[in-house]
Ligand binder design. Structure first.
Ligand SMILES: *[C@@H]1O[C@H](CO)[C@@H](O)[C@H](O)[C@H]1NC(C)=O
Ligand SMILES: *[C@@H]1O[C@H](CO)[C@@H](O)[C@H](O)[C@H]1NC(C)=O
Ligand SMILES: *[C@@H]1O[C@H](CO)[C@@H](O)[C@H](O)[C@H]1NC(C)=O
Ligand SMILES: *[C@@H]1O[C@H](CO)[C@@H](O)[C@H](O)[C@H]1NC(C)=O
Ligand SMILES: *[C@@H]1O[C@H](CO)[C@@H](O)[C@H](O)[C@H]1NC(C)=O
Ligand SMILES: *[C@@H]1O[C@H](CO)[C@@H](O)[C@H](O)[C@H]1NC(C)=O
Ligand SMILES: *[C@@H]1O[C@H](CO)[C@@H](O)[C@H](O)[C@H]1NC(C)=O
Ligand SMILES: *[C@@H]1O[C@H](CO)[C@@H](O)[C@H](O)[C@H]1NC(C)=O
Length: 486
């Protein structure tokens, strides 16, 4: 009987119901970045790259020499490699650091300047065995796999990327051989023309987890603001023909990073993201390269721009016309230094700053960094106090207005929500007598009330109940943390 469950909820049950309410159509904002081709004096090391918290994938580029049963050659420009005597084992601890941050580290084979080819299926197997033994697996009890003899030391990478730009047969065999091992991610970096003649047969195996499609240096398939159709059509071909893979949009991270195909962050967010984000298997961006991203601030700009153009309601604060929770302009300073977001290349104005503060639930105040032209954004978290300015000292600061919630339910949206929940509760009560034979498989179609609807209503009842009647501080805290993270 459903009525049985209308008792005070156990906190575990409440949380389980909560999890079922997390929206699944989340916007993908993974960023993959190529690292290794810009030299040690230009490009930050892997530790810094991964500490920047901008990326979910780092693609080490490239293992640029292989085939014909030769010993493969890693060439990370002036970082290391390029010559069998130049060791890259010092990268091992950095790679491990990246992986500890939850970042996948992938080795890319091929590239535009390499010397590579495969002569037979046996040759492909020979390369696969080499990659497995040296980069993807380590037998800790065997002396023959000692860290020093491995090009990247004792690290164990997450996968292999096929960035093959010169015609190479037997790639299909290579993909199958690599994928015959457990836990190997396979990715490919094809040119955007569909299909990519070099990688097509390998991609057709369906064994690839990620495909970083290069929409640059290929004018006929790049995004063009004047005529977006060719781009949209080709994008749709990629995502629909490789349904099992996550498809990433490969872009240059600055105008200097490629001969063509650069899309500015604002244009990306306003015109390209709405197209690609429509595809269920859109994975995110693949940026060429870490160095150019560092110089241009591209990925930061995307993050900020996306944050400031998103139309959805801020989750932890209500809109500014809701009079009990807005901002108050005051003149003075804050007791401790704020968190500065400085970005010169785009539309980071005061409005954008306000949105950043609204979306950051720990934000207590915000202000421009450069008061004169109102650019830059500085936000202050909990623990910083506003200090009134005297004698012309200080600046305009927008401080969050707080008012004590009168009842606990106000936190969740006030009387309106309460009314809605009560109404839904009544509907639950009304359907319960007719719901004795609810079948798990029953859908909401056909006029009947499905189990999912009842659960949905019921979980809202629990939400209401939790805040209307105290069930312990711990569970309330968990719920409010969850709500503020939405
Ligand atoms: C990475 O670069 C930073 C900054 O130059 C440096 O402090 C750090 O020691 C480097 N890490 C390694 C492992 O080389
Ligand atoms: C492969 O290497 C052998 C020598 O080991 C050489 O005779 C042959 O020409 C090479 N094949 C190709 C296609 O380069
Ligand atoms: C290593 O790669 C760089 C850039 O891709 C290239 O200029 C250089 O010649 C390569 N070195 C070797 C030994 O292949
Ligand atoms: C690849 O072939 C070469 C030449 O036969 C051999 O020396 C090497 O051990 C092979 N590599 C692997 C990993 O089997
Ligand atoms: C690991 O190395 C040990 C010692 O050389 C060997 O006995 C064992 O079979 C190896 N395990 C695998 C899975 O290769
Ligand atoms: C690789 O070898 C094939 C013949 O097996 C040849 O047709 C192709 O041109 C070669 N590719 C390169 C980049 O040399
Ligand atoms: C705003 O002022 C700062 C500091 O004077 C300056 O660096 C920045 O370029 C200015 N930005 C704009 C968009 O004018
Ligand atoms: C939220 O603001 C705090 C400081 O107020 C800052 O440390 C944190 O990085 C911000 N979070 C985001 C996602 O911007």
């Amino acid at each position: 009987m459903i009525t049985k469950t209308l008792q005070p909820p156990s906190s575990l049950f409440l949380l389980i119901l909560f999890l079922t309410q997390i929206p699944t159509s989340s916007q993908s904002n993974d960023v993959a970045v190529y690292w290794g081709q810009n030299g040690i004096t230009n490009e930050a090391n892997l530790t810094q790259t991964c500490a920047s918290a901008k990326y979910s994938f780092v693609i080490i580029s490239f293992l640029s020499g292989f085939g014909n049963f030769s010993t493969p050659l890693l060439n990370l420009t002036t970082h290391c490699g390029g010559d069998p005597s130049s060791s890259c084992t010092q990268l091992a601890s950095q790679i491990t650091y990246c992986q500890k941050q939850g970042i996948k580290v992938i080795l890319s084979i091929g590239g535009g300047f390499g010397t590579y080819n495969l002569t037979s299926p046996q040759d492909a197997l020979n390369l696969s065995d080499y990659l497995w033994n040296n980069f993807l697996y380590r037998n800790s009890s065997s002396s023959s796999s000692s860290s020093q003899s491995r090009p990247l030391g004792g690290s164990i990478l997450d996968g292999i990327d096929f960035a093959i730009e010169e015609f190479t047969p037997y790639l299909k065999d290579l993909a199958r051989d690599l994928k015959s091992h457990p836990n190997v991610c396979l990715s490919a970096s094809p040119q955007c023309l569909f299909p990519d003649s070099i990688l097509a047969s390998a991609l057709d195996t369906g064994l690839f987890d990620y495909v970083f499609v290069k929409f640059y240096n290929n004018p006929s398939c790049e995004f063009s603001q004047a005529n977006p159709n060719p781009f949209v059509n080709i994008w749709n071909q990629w995502v629909t023909s490789l349904k099992k893979a996550e498809i990433f949009l490969g872009l240059p991270a600055s105008p200097a990073a490629s001969s063509s195909g650069y899309v500015s962050p604002d244009l990306f967010v306003s015109q390209v993201l709405p197209v690609v984000n429509n595809s269920p298997n859109y994975g995110g961006l693949a940026l060429w390269t870490r160095y150019y991203d560092e110089v241009s601030g591209f990925s930061t700009a995307i993050e900020i721009s996306a944050m400031c153009t998103q139309q959805s309601d801020p989750k932890c604060k209500r809109s500014s016309h809701d009079d009990d929770d807005g901002f108050e302009q005051r003149f003075g300073s804050m007791s401790i230094d704020g968190f500065k977001v400085v970005y010169d290349g785009g539309n980071l104005g005061v409005q954008c700053c306000e949105m950043m503060c609204r979306k950051n639930c720990s934000c207590e105040a915000y202000a421009a960094v450069n008061e004169a032209n109102k650019t830059g954004c500085q936000i202050w978290g909990k623990g910083s106090k506003f200090v009134e300015g005297h004698g012309g000292k200080g600046q305009a600061i927008y401080v969050v207005k707080h008012r004590e919630p009168r009842t606990r339910i106000r936190f969740l949206g006030g009387q309106l929500l309460k009314k809605r929940l009560l109404f839904k509760l009544q509907s639950v009560a009304a359907i319960v007598p007719y719901s004795n034979n609810i079948d798990i498989t029953e859908k909401q179609t056909g006029g009947g009330y499905g189990l999912s609807l009842v659960l949905e209503l019921f979980s809202q009842y629990l939400l209401y109940a939790t805040f209307a009647f105290p069930f312990g501080e711990n569970i309330k805290k968990k719920v409010s943390i969850y709500l503020s993270s939405l």
